[in-house]
Design a protein around this ligand. Sequence first.
Ligand code: 5GP
Length: 190
Amino acid sequence: MKKGLLIILSGPSGVGKGTVRKYIMNRNALPLVFSISMTTRAPRANETNGVEYFFVSREEFQKNIDNDNFLEWAEFVGNRYGTPKSYVEEMRNQGKNVILEIEINGAEQVLKKVKDDRVVSFFLAPPSLRALELRIRKRKSEPEEVIQKRLAKGKSEMEKAQNYDFIILNDNIKRAGDEIISIIKKLDED
Ligand code: 5GP
């Protein structure tokens, strides 16, 4: 059986990775599973443990680092985020495509570590930095200081776009999502 694709969806915080990922999964056009990350961040009002993330304490996160349970992990604006390794491996070995929705440092780690040819990386880009700022502010879930940190980070993250297989402009969720689906479909058929 063919190993499932490892699909990296990255890009600056607030660009809409989550929305585009959900659109892609809801279209049901592809056999695709989402890798739920572990984070030390507190859940937002609309988030559920085990759906968007596994929300854990810093101690529990550290235990997972010590036990080498992560495919990658990164610190982002004061919190830690990591991809549990075993789920990704199991799913891919069952022939299922796995999508990772992760920030830039984590994506770099995965690209360095996973050397098989069934890996594809997407950089989701905002139409402008102003558009990114508006999206982050619309979320209304964080204090100004954190918003500023996310924005500053977003600017430097944009410079990494050329390291990815595909740069996708998120000018419209459906358009961006459909573009990603058609690329994955082609790769899936190979
Ligand atoms: P947020 O707090 O907005 O949910 O996430 C902050 C950033 O961390 C986002 O860019 C998100 O995509 C990223 N992220 C989520 N899960 C992971 C993960 O497992 N590893 C890494 N490196 N980044 C992640």
